[in-house]
Ligand binder design. Structure first.
Ligand code: ATP
Length: 253
């Protein structure tokens, strides 16, 4: 994939800008980066905070030749790419299904994939936010959020957004091509499984379908949906879009 970077000083949301570019015909591989976002978003209209030069606010346009049932795997692939990127800095990470990369259960990166129909076919906008410095998020989030800076004593080791972008786009290109190759979905699921403690055997509380479910994770479906085994043995298949919130059960930590 040919990657082209377009950097903006300030945007509402890099995903919104990339959605508009994709609708206007922009090619796969165009990346939108903003030094600051004023209306960054997460799932279900929640807010993603990104202050000036304190994090990476990044969205890439993809035009994947994938069957619709495999599209959710793009979010999982992105989790693996962020995990690989931050591992290069010596960080010890986990991936929480479906879209968060964590250090000690605190979020260092969030991922939001959105789709749109364009004249050139379906486009997926893959948004990735990474906290480089803790000033990227407000103090109220400090018990649930962390940053690269938080993990290092030496400020010299904290990467610039440009360096992080170069490493991230390298991993994204490689893993995206892997996903599109024959047998790609299974390989990406395997990569995700190796990097996530949430894959199986994790006690979690899930808010979905207007109720709270408690159970143990039991692997992923080929589409990337989560299998949850309730205590009565029933398996519930949870699609990413159905989940409002998923938390590790504190009793199990
Ligand atoms: P949750 O974070 O509750 O597990 P989620 O993974 O679905 O849910 P998203 O909707 O992807 O979360 O992201 C939005 C949420 O992330 C916000 O509700 C807020 O709690 C948190 N958040 C916002 N900005 C940041 C940030 N810079 N760093 C870490 N967390 C953030």
């Amino acid at each position: 994939m040919q990657v082209t970077i377009k950097t903006f000083d300030s945007l509402g949301s890099t995903n919104t800008e990339a959605l508009e570019m994709a609708r206007g015909g922009a090619d796969e591989g165009v990346c939108v980066i903003a030094r600051r976002q004023t209306a960054g978003r997460g799932r279900h209209g929640r807010k993603w905070v990104s202050e000036r030069d304190a994090g990476l606010a990044f969205s890439i346009i993809l035009r994947p030749a994938l069957p619709p049932e495999s599209l959710p795997l793009i979010t999982l692939m992105a989790g693996v790419a962020v995990h690989e990127t931050l591992t290069e800095f010596g960080l010890v990470l986990d991936i929480k299904w479906v879209n968060d990369v964590l250090i000690d259960e605190k979020k260092i990166s969030g991922i939001l994939a959105e789709t749109t129909m364009t004249d050139k076919g379906l486009a997926v906008i893959l948004g990735i936010g990474i906290n480089i410095r803790s000033s990227n998020f407000p103090p109220e989030l400090a018990d649930r959020a962390t940053s690269i800076e938080d993990s290092f004593d030496d400020p010299e080791r904290v990467p610039t957004p440009e360096r992080l972008t170069a490493i991230l786009t390298g991993h994204l290109s490689r893993l995206y091509e892997k996903l599109l190759a024959p047998g790609g979905p299974e390989t990406i699921l395997g990569d995700w499984r190796e990097r996530s403690s949430y894959f199986a055997g994790k006690r979690v509380t899930v808010r979905a379908f207007d109720q709270t479910l408690i159970g143990t994770t039991d692997g992923l479906e080929p589409s990337g949906a989560l299998r949850l085994r309730k205590d009565d043995g029933e398996i519930v298949i949870i699609q990413a879009g159905d989940v409002e919130q998923l938390r590790a059960d504190p009793g199990s930590l």
